[in-house]
Design a protein around this ligand. Structure first.
Ligand SMILES: Cc1cc2nc3c(=O)[nH]c(=O)nc-3n(C[C@H](O)[C@H](O)[C@H](O)COP(=O)(O)OP(=O)(O)OC[C@H]3O[C@@H](n4cnc5c(N)ncnc54)[C@H](O)[C@@H]3O)c2cc1C
Ligand SMILES: NC(=O)c1ccc[n+]([C@@H]2O[C@H](COP(=O)([O-])OP(=O)(O)OC[C@H]3O[C@@H](n4cnc5c(N)ncnc54)[C@H](O)[C@@H]3O)[C@@H](O)[C@H]2O)c1
Length: 496
């Protein structure tokens, strides 16, 4: 779509999953696109400091962990050591391959990279052309500091998020965030992980499998306290099995750090104390402390206020369901929009925004069925509602929970692993329509790979009786979901 008034049809600020998917889809639809990025390479948190490097390290640590446990199969193996330099090279080259691949794809779609820190201006461009407010982006060259201005009919803000520190405790050499954790020169001998969400559990699993002494401080009675209760308690138990010392009901009260590496975390045990009548204050010491208590959106630069982009009390940008902000012509996608901070949600938001800008009529992102995965050991995955959510939302009657212990699954048994699936089914409120699956919650080996099927079933509101007719190949982990569906449909085959 040629446009003479502006330099670009669309300028996207930030090249993480939200920004780059917007740029790729917009370019595919014939729009001219500039993609501003302050980092040296595109990909944002996900490719450079998130999804990709963490999973590369988890893959490597799992390989070592499985080798050490092979004795139970009669295979005697030992790990002679870890060449951490080579491990880092493997992780970095995985990241490089991904970011270079992305750069190539952006070039092929003729997306122009605009390198530097970007901000939206309220006035017209330096060229003196007349444009309405909020259509000009200034980009500061990282080398010279000089600013260049570009105009666009639409601006998409995708500035992402950054690690959140504990209130009153700054990050330091021994109190680190996930960015620093990925740059360590070796696996720590001992580590305290604060938090019990995805980042905490993935690093705790990774380090425990690599032989570190890991203490995880969880504020609630189990990890993943926002998830289905059974998933949280099963995962808490399984993490202990791989050697993570999970301390529940622990609220951090302070951290002492010395001049050298090392820190002591002071915490208060909540409900547990009352039952045990013990001293409320406890402490733990380790080489490093990882703080993984969530992320803050990158929406605090002055220009957000100057341009008038509405944000909520937690600093997330407020948008309508297609991604429009309060300023006409300015859109937002990804972590800055609140809700699930996930790469695949950002991809879909980017596609929707690009299609809306191009004048297509996209469906809003279906937030309810976005799969959530934690690549811990074992993995956890969830799609849709928990029983409590289904009962309280008012949309459903006759809510039922069906539990399937994964030990009944042949592949889980062979792998000498454990887990559980919890399926939530219900009928639409006030109708005698068929029972449907409204939530699937899983913990166990490879359950990340079962989330696609779960999303189809929940998202399409497939009647339970039809979903239970799907044939799952034998012997696979996916049979565990098949068995759960059969059980929920009142005709369990390999289970009671
Ligand atoms: C350790 C870790 C592991 C994760 N693992 C997973 C996972 O396995 N699966 C999953 O789905 N999600 C995962 N996530 C979450 C995922 O990384 C984020 O949800 C996703 O990256 C958000 O994409 P985004 O485009 O909103 O922002 P980001 O990826 O944060 O990208 C924002 C980009 O904008 C740039 N930027 C910001 N401000 C400006 C500016 N003014 N000018 C120019 N450029 C700017 C930044 O440099 C950055 O490149 C993980 C996160 C972390 C921290
Ligand atoms: N596999 C994945 O998809 C993946 C992996 C890593 C990160 N992510 C995403 O990145 C984002 C950040 O991850 P995260 O794990 O940091 O955040 P999170 O929101 O998933 O979990 C934060 C955890 O910290 C706890 N917490 C909050 N404040 C605390 C405090 N003051 N003291 C102690 N505990 C506190 C919460 O109870 C929660 O358990 C999340 O949105 C997550 O979805 C996704």
């Amino acid at each position: 779509m040629a446009n003479t008034k502006y330099d670009y049809d669309v300028i996207v600020i930030g090249s993480g999953p939200g920004g780059y998917s917007t740029a790729l889809r917009a370019a595919q639809l014939g729009l001219s696109v500039g993609l501003a990025e302050r980092d040296d390479q595109p990909g944002g948190t996900c490719l450079n400091r998130g999804c990709i490097p963490t999973k590369a390290l988890i893959h490597a640590a799992r390989t070592m962990y499985h080798a050490q446990r092979a004795e139970r199969f009669g295979i005697m193996m030992s790990v002679d050591g870890i060449d951490f330099g080579r491990l880092q090279d493997y992780k970095d080259s995985t990241v490089r391959t991904m970011t270079e691949g992305l750069s190539g794809l952006l070039r092929a779609r003729k997306v122009e990279m605009l390198r530097g820190e970007a901000r939206v201006l309220t006035d017209g461009p330096a060229t003196g052309e007349t444009v309405s407010d909020g259509h000009t982006v200034a980009i500061r060259d990282p080398e010279t500091g000089a600013e260049r201005s570009f105009t666009a009919r639409h601006i998409v803000v995708a500035t992402g998020s950054r690690p959140r520190p504990l209130p009153g405790i700054s990050f330091s050499q021994s109190v680190i965030d996930s960015d620093t954790a990925l740059r360590l020169n070796g696996f720590p001998r001992s580590v305290i992980v604060i938090g019990s969400g995805a980042v905490a559990l993935e690093f705790a699993s990774l380090w425990a499998m690599a032989g570190s002494q890991v203490t995880l401080l969880a504020r609630k009675g189990s990890v993943l306290s926002q998830w289905n209760r059974r998933i949280g308690t099963t995962l808490t138990r399984e993490l202990k099995r791989i050697g993570v010392n999970v301390v529940t009901h622990a609220s951090v009260t302070g951290i002492d750090t010395g001049a050298n590496l090392g820190a002591t975390v002071h915490y208060r045990r909540g409900e547990a104390d009352k039952a045990r009548n013990e001293s409320a204050d406890e402490s733990a010491a380790a080489e490093i402390v990882l703080v993984a208590i969530g992320r803050n959106p990158n929406t605090d630069e002055d220009w957000f206020d100057a341009v008038g982009i509405d944000r909520n009390n937690h600093h997330y940008v407020v948008t309508d369901e297609l991604g429009r902000t309060s300023v006409p012509g300015i859109w937002a996608v990804g972590d800055i929009t609140g809700g699930y901070e996930l790469a695949h949600r950002a991809f879909e938001q980017g596609i929707v925004v690009a299609e809306a800008i191009a004048g297509l009529n996209p469906q809003p992102v279906l937030e309810r069925t976005i799969p959530r995965i934690v690549f811990s050991t074992p993995e956890a995955a969830a799609v849709g509602l928990t029983r409590d959510e289904a009962e309280s939302c008012g949309d459903y009657d006759d809510v039922k929970e069906t539990i399937y212990p994964m030990l009944g699954n042949a592949r889980t048994l062979m792998a000498a692993e454990n887990g559980s699936i919890c399926l939530v089914s219900a009928r639409r409120h006030g109708s005698d329509s068929p029972r449907i699956v409204v939530g699937v919650h899983m913990v166990g080996p490879e359950v990340s790979e079962l989330s696609g099927e779960a999303e189809q079933i929940v998202g399409n509101e497939t009647p339970l009786s039809e979903a239970a007719r799907l044939i799952h190949p034998h012997p696979t982990f996916s049979e565990a979901l098949g068995e759960t569906l059969l059980k929920a449909d009142g005709r369990p085959l390999h289970t009671r």
